[in-house]
Design a protein around this ligand. Structure first.
Ligand SMILES: C[S@@+](CC[C@H](N)C(=O)[O-])C[C@H]1O[C@@H](n2cnc3c(N)ncnc32)[C@H](O)[C@@H]1O
Length: 919
């Protein structure tokens, strides 16, 4: 897929007309359109996270004015490119699990008009190949190759930056848009233009070229109505519109024989190429990708298999049948003769000819030596380790493809790497992510330790485990957004996952949450949790009520069944009228409301007014009766639980003991890391420091755990504000502590104070990250070495609370600590402003946000609140009973002693050094 040089649109300077002069975009547009228009366009938001579910709208009206002023579509394109902005009048809608999302017109577009840039990274051929090797198949669909200045380039839009261009779907029969390459600022860009007049409500599509896209088969056979537009004669767009022959799998033609696209080449989105799969098998880095790429490119049979699976996703009932029949899938145990001796009758499946064979290596050598992967293996001497590994990988790939077919059929025997003693259930087995072998779940950890195809590449947390047949081949493999697919892939392969994947509305709910929250990877667990909650409800409902699919839940005639199912899943006790899990009942209520919205949304799209009405009626019933039937009891249970729960706050002695313990531990771990930089020592110091910061600040542990390294690096080093009157002690406190800001609840900025000791530890941690194996991609201050995640403050505190010998270790957890401060602060005579400040530091809700006075406010908090925190640390808060912050005095010498230790912060060092020098 590529672009002919002839069709390239160079955007020349409109004033000089010189094609070599690229536009000075910012200025020329300001002039051309006037500052007002520029400003109005600048303010167009593409923030998807804020939009309503499944519909990220940009308001249309301002658009017409803007568009009328545009004369040349290419100039318009350049204008948008310069501002990294999308056109208004577009909306992203979720279409179905097969097609995923699509872009729809909210306002009309005229023929030839610029619509949107296909935004992404511009990368060269080598980088594109590298990314293809590591990308999941779903992500490869966002890469477009094209030719420019005789070289192959790629726009990689795999990263979801919220732009619309990346979400345009393919239509090879009747596209209404076309994608063209234009040059702006001496760089090529891909832009999408209207091919004809487009009316509001139409899905915007362009052809991915003459690619062999799997979904096209379905369209032409009329199996799945992926596009409501009438089918045309199938003519390709006129020449010059950058469409022509290429293959879905790819850029193989483009780069295999060294011919970099001729004029008939087209723009198309590529997936994996054969060359990729060869490369994959040679560097053994992405076994999954290579297996599928090969599977698809090798023949129609496998292609059909994969996409018939996708169509299953559209019909929950069919998937459910498949699920039920998964119990007919077995892993046969080892066979024995009547005398009990073992029979070696295991068959392996050839990856190339799909035949079952007992001697697979010999077969590959004799029959398929021309296959590049086999030929590569045969270049190594017989008996060599390399040859063995490559052939083993091919063997696993063949078995994997066969297993995939069995799982899809729902019947048969899977081929494992090692046969179990007895016949076993397929659910107890799982594929290794690296070598594709099928292993007993119980023993996979052992295999992972020694898997020869395991790469040393950094893996995301949890991704290094395995993948189940279900996870890689489930009905969600296509159509679901890449992000949600990843979230599903990281879920445990069990009945719950099968239920989730088989129900289109749970998937839609997942998409809904993913669209809202997915940009923050920290929220992916929440998306998973929401799907799991609803999945459990469905499983329970299937057992006890006639409800079979989530869609049935939002039918008003089933309302009481829904209530029954919710009660069951939340552990309702009929006699006591209480819930075991009261909050779950409330959460499920909210999810069902969203579900009703999703059903009605889909029904409206399908023009199914009956279904839409039902969903609306459900919502009405929910509003009127849910509380009476469920929420009232849940809230009562909840209140009673809280009422009865004793208020556990830490003993002052325990708090002191913990602080002392951590201080000592900090010293020893600091010395250990300074003298011996290992990941173990790094982690020890990180754990201690994290605990100290959480405890000292009484912050939510999650907020501190997620502290980005940049917050520390760019910490506040403001000077004392001249205009604010501080006591001497307060001034010293300001110099003593450092103030940094992190993201708190609801995205609020929350402050964290660091003592000099904490700073010292954090400086050392920062310095030793690299040598101790913390990847540079890990953004967290308290990182886990060899991973991209962070340590968890709650785990650290729990361990240290026990280790320090506290009487009541449970009370030393961060929430209890925060309550402790809140409770003990009542002994002080704090005025309203002071209470606000304390609340702000603790991350409780604050009544007044003084954003405009950030600096003095920060200084004030640092000066005043640090007194309270220090008093707490030393267990002396009681001494200040009845005093307000102004009256609290802390022995300056205690502070000075600490200050003098801290050499790295040499602000105002002289005066304190003079007074406290041993001389
Ligand atoms: C660039 S993305 C388009 C946005 C995608 N629909 C989404 O939700 O992320 C390309 C992917 O969309 C899907 N796709 C595009 N056109 C399609 C069509 N006509 N029918 C089904 N799926 C399509 C394919 O999975 C393809 O890999």
């Amino acid at each position: 897929m590529s672009f002919p040089e002839a069709t390239e649109q160079d955007v020349t300077d409109p004033v000089t007309g010189d094609p070599d002069e690229t536009l000075d975009l910012q200025d020329s547009f300001q002039e051309e359109r006037g500052p007002l228009l520029a400003a109005s366009c600048m303010s167009m938001s593409t923030d998807h996270s804020m939009g309503p579910p499944f519909s990220f709208k940009q308001e249309a009206p301002t658009d017409s004015q803007a568009r009328r002023m545009r004369r040349c579509p290419e100039t318009d394109a350049a204008w948008h490119i310069s501002r990294l902005e999308d056109e208004v009048g577009l909306e992203v809608r979720y279409i179905d699990t097969f097609k995923g999302r699509g872009v729809f017109a909210v306002s009309a577009f005229e023929e030839g008009e610029f619509i949107v840039e296909y935004r992404g990274d511009l990368i060269n051929f080598e980088e594109a190949q590298r990314r293809r090797r590591i990308y999941h198949d779903a992500l490869k669909g966002f890469m477009i190759d094209f030719i420019w200045q005789g070289k192959c380039w790629t726009i990689d839009a795999a990263l979801d930056d919220g732009s619309f261009g990346r979400l345009f779907n393919d239509d090879h029969l009747n596209p209404n848009c076309i994608i063209k390459r234009i040059i702006v600022g001496r760089q090529p860009h891909l832009c999408i233009f209207a091919m004809r007049d487009i009316i509001p409500g139409e899905e915007l599509t362009y052809t991915y070229g003459d690619a062999d896209c799997p979904w096209r088969e379905k369209v032409s056979k009329g199996q799945i109505g992926v596009n409501s537009l009438p089918q045309s004669s199938g003519e390709m767009p006129a020449s010059g519109q950058l469409c022509g022959p290429t293959s879905w799998r790819g850029s193989t033609d483009v780069h295999q024989d060294g011919v970099l696209c001729n004029d008939s080449d087209v723009c198309s989105i590529v997936g994996n190429s054969e060359e990729d799969s060869a490369a994959n098998s040679s560097d053994e880095s992405t076994s999954e990708g290579s297996a599928w790429a090969h599977g698809i490119s090798k023949g129609k049979k496998k292609e059909k298999r994969i996409y018939s699976e996708t169509s299953n996703a559209l019909e929950a009932s069919k998937s459910e049948e498949a699920h039920q029949s998964s119990s007919h899938i077995l892993i046969k145990g080892i066979s024995k003769t009547s005398r009990g001796s073992r029979v070696y009758d295991k068959k392996q499946y050839c990856f190339f000819c799909c035949r079952p064979l007992s001697k697979i290596a010999r077969h590959l050598e004799q029959v398929h030596s021309n296959e590049p992967d086999v030929a590569k293996a045969l270049t190594f001497p017989k008996g060599s380790k390399e040859r063995k590994i490559l052939l083993e990988h091919l063997r696993n790939k063949g078995n994997f493809a066969y297993n995939a077919e069995i799982l899809e059929k729902g019947q048969g025997d899977l081929v494992p790497c090692k046969k179990p003693r007895k016949d076993s259930n397929s659910g107890d087995f799982i594929h290794c992510l690296h070598c594709l072998g099928l292993f007993a779940k119980k023993f996979l950890w052992r295999h992972m330790k020694q898997c020869k195809l395991r790469t040393n590449e950094l893996s995301t947390p949890g991704a290094d485990k395995m993948f189940s047949p279900g996870a890689c081949m489930g009905p969600t493999a296509q159509g679901v957004s890449a992000g949600l697919h990843e979230i599903l892939r990281n879920m445990n392969d069990d009945e719950l996952l099968l239920t989730i994947k088989a129900d289109p509305y749970i998937i839609k709910l997942g998409e809904y949450f993913y669209n809202k929250l997915g940009a923050d990877s920290g929220k992916h667990a929440y998306v998973r949790l929401k799907m799991r909650e609803v999945g459990r409800l469905l499983i329970q409902a299937k057992k006890a009520t006639p409800l079979r699919r989530m869609e049935d839940f939002v039918d008003p005639s089933n309302f009481l069944h829904v209530v029954t199912a919710v009660k069951m899943v939340c552990g309702y006790d009929d006699d006591k009228c209480t819930f075991k899990r009261p909050t779950l009942a409330v959460k499920l209520g909210h999810s069902l409301q969203k579900m009703a919205f999703l059903v009605s949304f889909q029904a409206m799209m399908d023009r199914d007014s009956e279904k839409a009405d039902k969903a609306r009626d459900f919502n009405e019933m929910y509003t009127t009766r849910w509380c009476e039937l469920l929420s009232a009891n849940t809230l009562r249970t909840f209140r009673e639980d809280k009422w009865n729960a004793p208020l556990v706050i830490p003993f002052t002695e325990d708090v002191k003991m913990m602080h002392l313990f951590l201080d000592n531990k900090q010293k020893s771990t600091f010395n250990d890391l300074s003298s011996n930089a290992t990941s173990k020592n790094w982690t020890c110091l990180a754990k201690v420091t994290l605990s100290q910061v959480v405890l000292f600040n009484r912050r939510r542990e999650g907020e501190v755990s997620k502290m980005p390294l940049t917050s520390f690096v760019c910490r506040n080093t403001f000077d004392l504000h001249e205009d604010v009157a501080f006591t001497e002690l307060e001034k010293k406190l300001c110099r003593h502590f450092t103030w940094i800001e992190i993201k708190g609840k609801k995205g609020r900025k929350v402050p964290v104070l660091l003592t000099p000791e904490m700073q010292k530890s954090m400086e050392l941690l920062k310095e030793k990250r690299g040598v101790c194996g913390v990847p540079s991609e890990n953004i967290y201050m308290f990182a886990r070495p060899s991973a991209l995640s962070h340590l968890r403050g709650s785990d650290c505190l729990r361990d240290f609370a026990v280790e320090c010998g506290a009487k009541n270790p449970k009370a030393l957890l961060s929430t209890k600590h925060r309550k402790y401060v809140a409770t003990l602060s009542n002994v002080l005579n704090l005025n309203n402003t002071e209470i606000d400040r304390l609340a702000d530091v603790l991350g409780h809700s604050i009544r007044v946000q003084r954003e405009d006075y950030r600096l003095p406010e920060g200084t004030l908090q640092l000066a005043k609140i640090s007194k309270v925190l220090m008093a707490l640390e030393t267990g002396r808060l009681g001494e200040f009973s009845g005093k307000n912050l102004e009256d609290i005095s802390i022995d300056a010498s205690e502070l000075e002693a600490e200050v003098s230790i801290e050499h790295s912060l040499d602000r105002d060092e002289n005066s304190s050094a003079d007074r406290h020098s041993p001389d």
